[in-house]
Structure formats: C-alpha cells, structure tokens
Design a protein. Structure first.
Length: 144
C-alpha cells in the first residue's frame, strides 16, 4: 500500500448518519465498525458505545478516501473552523455534483460556488454535520 493523506472526521454520536450521507453524495464503498464489534475483539467496549462508530472508511473510485468516528466517552466534541475538507480538480461535473450534495440538505453556504478572481470556480459551505467543505474547479489554463 502506498502512503496516503486523507481527512478523518470526529462526530458526537452521529458518525453513522454522516458517513452514510457522504456515501450518498460521493458513492463508493463504506465500511463501518462499532465500538461493540471492534471493542469486542480487543476487549470490552465502553458502556453505552456498543452501537457508536469506532471507525468508518469511505473509499470512492478515483482515490477519494474519507474516514470518521464517534468520539469515545470522555473525549469532548468541539467542532470548529480549524479544518476543512477540500475537493479540487478539473472534473467540473463531478465537483459540482459533490458541491450540491454537501451544501444541500441542511448545509449552509458561506461562499457560493462561482468564478473567483483567480479564475477558478470556488465555494465554501458547512454541511449539516458541522463539517466545513471547500470545492475548487480549475479554470481554463489553471492547474487542477
């Protein structure tokens, strides 16, 4: 396996719903492991977490990978604006479709997806799970 860098998102008890939502948006194969399943293999799962997601991975054809999990007991969930998932490239059809997926259905758009001063189409939003997304579609002559 080659080394890869991918986002790993933390959730406050709704990781299953979030990861299933992202699968509807991006397609791909989703694997989910609960604290009960994985914890059962490693020992006891923390009480009350048996059905919570300990590890989820969405692998989408073309190289996109998104991981996530519910925070375990004792770990505070603090959503913030210090991280965003950025989708960029030159496949305008795919990128616009993904933009519609993450920005719609309860999302909040902070920068509409439109041509910016640098010549690319760019938009920013926060999806209904509190995750910040940026989408950049390379303009003519700009690298993807």
């Amino acid at each position: 396996m080659t080394t890869r860098l991918n986002p790993y998102l933390s959730f406050d008890g709704n990781a299953r719903q979030a990861m299933e939502f992202y699968q509807r948006v991006f397609g791909g194969e989703l694997s989910l492991g609960t604290f009960g399943e994985i914890g059962g293999e490693l020992g006891d799962a923390p009480p009350g977490t048996e059905d919570k997601i300990m590890h989820a991975m969405l692998e989408v054809p073309g190289g996109l990978t998104l991981m996530g999990a519910d925070n375990p007991p004792g770990v505070e969930h603090r959503p913030g604006n210090t991280m965003a998932v950025c989708l960029s490239g030159d496949d305008a059809t795919a990128l616009r479709g993904w933009w519609e997926g993450v920005s719609g259905d309860g999302g909040t758009v902070s920068v509409p997806l439109e041509t910016q001063m640098w010549g690319d189409e760019f938009g920013m939003c926060v999806d209904r799970f509190g995750v910040m997304w940026m989408v950049n579609i390379a303009g003519p002559g700009n690298p993807a």
